[in-house]
Each structure stands twice: as C-alpha cells, then as structure tokens.
Write a protein that binds this ligand. Sequence first.
Ligand SMILES: Cc1cc2nc3c(=O)[nH]c(=O)nc-3n(C[C@H](O)[C@H](O)[C@H](O)COP(=O)(O)O)c2cc1C
Length: 334
Amino acid sequence: MLAAPIASAALQPMLIDTLRIDPPLTLAPMAGHTNHAFRLLCRQLGGCGLVCTELISSQLVQERRTSALARFDWSPAERPFAAQLFGSDPAIMAEAARVAADAGADIIDINMGCWVPKVAKKGAGAALLRDVCTATQVVAAVVRAVAVPVTVKVRSGWDAEHLTAVEFARAAENAGVKAVAVHARTAQQGFSGSADWDIIRQVKAAVQFIPVIGNGDVFNAADARRMFAQTGCDAVMIGRAALGHPWIFQHIAHELSTGHALPPPTRAQRAALALRHARLTLATTYLSERQAVLELRGQLGKYHLDEPGSVETRNRLYQAETLADIEALLLPLI
Ligand SMILES: Cc1cc2nc3c(=O)[nH]c(=O)nc-3n(C[C@H](O)[C@H](O)[C@H](O)COP(=O)(O)O)c2cc1C
C-alpha cells in the first residue's frame, strides 16, 4: 500500500529535557505486559523511541518492599526508558522517585491515568485529576527530588464534566514537568467509547515549551498520521496495538517516513518473535518460571499464531507450564 509520507516535521525527534526520543513513537506503560523483555523487544525491533515500565506503587518502593523493587527490572539496553510511579502523597512519591532515579531510571513518569479502584480510591492515578492542587504538589515534590526529567501521564479528566487535563498540564509545566502524555479518554470511560483527540490538541495549545505525547486508539500508521496532524502532538504513544505486535513501531515509523507500508510479518515470523519474547522473558524475569509462563500465555496469545478459523495453537499455549512447552509448540511453526 502506498501512502503519502507524513510532513517530515512530524517525525522529528522529541526532546524530553535533553533526552532525544527518536523516532517520536513511544510504548505505553501497560501493567502485566511492559516488563523488561517486552520493552527491550520493542526497542530492538526499531521505531520505538521511548519505553516505560508498568505502574509501580510509590508506597511500596518507599517501604523498600521486594515486590516493588523487583519491578525495577530495566537494563541499559532499553534506554531511554521511564519508570512509572503512582501515589498521592508528595513526600512518598518524592522518596520513591529518588530510589528509582538512583537505580538508573532515565525519566520518572507519574501515573495520573489509572482509574482502577485499588489505585483511584487512595486518591492516586486518575483520581488526582479531580484535585489539581494535590496533583501539582505531587509533581512539584517529585521534580524537586530528582535530577532526571519528570513526566506525567494523564487522562482527559475524571469524567466528561471535569476535563481537567488542560488546566493540570499548565500547572504541571509550571511545576517543572518536562513532558505530558495524554490518553484522550476520561477515567470514567475506562476503555469504552473512542478517544477524543481534541483534548490532546487543547493540551498542546495550552503548554508553552514542553512536548505533548498523544495517546489513545492508534492502531496503525494512518491513525498515527492523523493524530500528529489533528493534534500537533510531538509524539504518539501506542498501547494495545503493540501487544503481540512489537514490530508496530518499526512499521509505523517506516510508513510515515517513506509512504510505503512494510509487509505484515508472516505466521513463521510471528512465531519466531513470540519465541524470542518468551526466551527473553525467561532470561530476564524476576518471576519463577511457572509465574512467568502464566503471564506469557496471555502475552503470546496476542501474536495470532493460529491459521484462520483454528484456535489450536492458542489453546495449547494456554496449557504451557514451562519454556520447554512453549518452545515445543512454536519451533515447528518457524
Ligand atoms: C493491559 C493494560 C495495562 C495498562 N497499564 C497501565 C499502566 O500501568 N500505567 C498507565 O499509565 N497506563 C496503563 N494502561 C493504559 C495505556 O498506557 C494507554 O493509555 C491506553 O491503553 C490507551 O492507549 P491505546 O489506545 O494505544 O491502547 C494500560 C492499558 C492496558 C490495555
């Protein structure tokens, strides 16, 4: 398929403070998915300028709990990367940010988008968007605590009546944040409905100097092109479309810069990547083999390894207990 290359300005590297994000396509933080192995895979395949850990509890980091510190699973090979923290207490967030920065995080990202009750009930995540004053205090405390850039990931607001992203983005910039990512849905929407990208355009118009990262419902190069064009955002963040498709960044970057779409990977290529994903996971995970394979079942299921109309591979994948089981299933497909 041929499509016009995007205006070259839109694929310009993004600068988060002095960090160069090139190309300006980023992997969204996703709990249960964006562990070290998946982040590294996205970076290695190309086209992905920045990756982010899943959300990590500032409270548990501050208490130095092993379960939270295990999520500091990064390595220099995935640079640049952000470590995402959630919490609503400025002092605890500041302390957790210091710990993450000392452990090598390039960027501290503050989660202000998570709406699940476990997080929002404690006033953290998207609940902070209901209280711009506390949200700004959290940001200011984290900015003061670390030398690395601090970014924030927000939703449009708590609900349709309280679209606070614009007001908060301005306050966050004044407090020293170096980039804002906007998932263009309210917390109340969860994942329902479609993202209303106009809020990204409004945030971009509202901030003075910092880059804005657009997020929500980008599934292919045409979507990314439209998001850049309609919102003026500096980078596009991709979440669900990357699951089982870590090559998506390379494909979008290629299509936006050349106007030519790369051919989709064949079934054998998808199986080879799924196997690489599995091996990389087992080589780097802090989980036991059994726990890691349980997580991998769902992750690898998204590589769509079955022939059309069949669910055999998927079903067998869901019975895998060990890496050897996964290898026995995938090697014959390659
Ligand atoms: C399984 C899953 C886990 C997620 N976990 C996080 C998270 O830990 N932190 C966060 O800020 N957003 C999280 N999100 C939201 C995504 O980062 C992103 O904002 C959302 O999926 C919209 O982007 P998309 O339309 O490209 O998927 C998660 C989304 C999914 C699907």
